[in-house]
Ligand binder design. Structure first.
Ligand SMILES: Cc1ncc(C[n+]2csc(CCOP(=O)(O)OP(=O)(O)O)c2C)c(N)n1
Ligand SMILES: [Mg+2]
Length: 341
């Protein structure tokens, strides 16, 4: 039983050029999209709290891009980029942020409630730790369909993403217990960015190494450099293999950092400048770009072409969102329950 493993990156790079470019493109999409959100928020195009994902891209990309499209993803209120990595289009996510009918939650959810049944993207949750038991439910239904109903195709893996702050919440421990007890095909992905709004992780938890808490449930726990997409991907691939093979759940603690305030309403005055500068120097997109070029898997012009392509996709998402209709007042009561489209 693995209990306290620390993952390191395989050298030479254990990926193909196509995989490297795919990972780079997904991280650039996340970053460019979030930067555009900030711009649109300050221009008054979206309302309520908006939590951006800048700095943490290697976690979403490293895990979600190792999943199959029919696997399940549960997110938090910091959910735009998880949704994008899961395949929800930039148009649908931006339109949701603008509160438009064409958004992935039909404009009813907004920033914290992205949802897409088509992509098995189960949300977007405003309450801390809320998505963790939801992922266990998704994992349970796959297992039940496969083992009890005899559906061999029901081998989907469920993932939940949550923060260091959420890892102090009872739902984390209760769900780990059930997942281990029932040997559920799921992965707990902690994005430890060291802060829960203005509460520093080291001041809020007994043992700061969250991955060690898996051992209490007889579950493998891994700590991984969350600024290194290849390291995250490697650990995720093994966790996915285990879950799909019926070997049960895994906890991954990804050490990362958010490059912006907690939300766009946060002046970000509590985190020390030296800490921020140190982590800004470990930008996951720059780290991957250097690895790809140094190992001859990509050229600068190739990466620049991707940057340009993504810029166009994000610009288009704003045009799409602006041009989309508002929900109709007479549809106020629609979508409360499952119904025809
Ligand atoms: C149950 C609950 N308690 C409190 C809050 C207020 N709240 C919103 S975000 C947050 C901090 C969570 O930090 P963390 O889990 O580390 O995630 P991060 O924001 O760093 O991604 C808190 C306390 C909430 N949304 N839900
Ligand atoms: Mg946090």
């Amino acid at each position: 039983m693995l209990q306290e493993s620390v993952a390191t990156v395989a050298t030479p790079l254990a990926i193909t050029p196509d995989e490297g470019l795919m990972l780079y493109e997904d991280m650039v999409l996340g970053r460019t999209f979030e930067d555009k959100c900030a711009e649109m928020y300050y221009r008054g195009k979206m309302f309520g709290f908006v939590h951006l994902y800048n700095g943490q891209e290697a976690v979403a990309t490293g895990v979600i891009k190792a999943l199959r499209p029919d696997d399940y993803v549960c997110s938090t209120y910091r959910d735009h980029v998880h949704a994008l990595s899961a395949g929800v289009t930039a148009n649908e996510v931006m339109a949701e942020l603008f509160g438009k009918e064409t958004g992935c939650s039909k404009g009813r959810g907004g920033s914290m409630h992205m949802f897409s049944a088509e992509h098995n993207f189960l949300g977007g949750f405003a309450f801390v730790a809320e998505g963790i038991p939801v992922a266990a439910g998704a994992a349970f239904q796959s297992k039940y369909r496969r083992e009890t109903m005899g559906d061999a195709s029901a081998d989907q893996v469920s993932t939940c993403f949550f923060g260091d702050g959420a890892a102090n919440n009872g739902q984390f421990f209760e769900t780990m217990n059930m997942a281990a007890l029932w040997n559920l095909p799921m992965i707990f992905v902690v994005e430890n960015n060291r802060w829960a709004i203005g509460m520093e992780h080291v001041r809020a938890t007994s043992d700061t190494s969250i991955f060690k808490k898996a051992a209490a449930f007889g579950m493998p726990g891994f700590e991984v450099d969350g600024m290194d997409v290849l390291a995250v991907r490697k650990v995720a691939q093994e966790a996915i293999r285990r879950a799909r093979a019926g070997e049960g759940p895994t906890l991954m603690e990804c050490l990362t950092y958010r490059f912006r305030g907690h939300s766009l309403a946060d002046p970000d005055e509590l985190r020390p400048k030296e800490e921020k500068d140190e982590w800004f120097g470990r930008d996951p997109i720059k780290i991957l770009a250097s690895k790809l070029t140094e190992h001859g898997l990509a050229t600068e012009p190739q990466l620049k072409a991707i940057d340009k392509k993504i810029q166009a996709i994000v610009e288009e998402s704003v045009r799409f969102a602006e041009a989309s209709p508002e929900p109709k007042p007479e549809d106020l009561y629609r979508y409360q329950f499952a119904e025809d489209e």
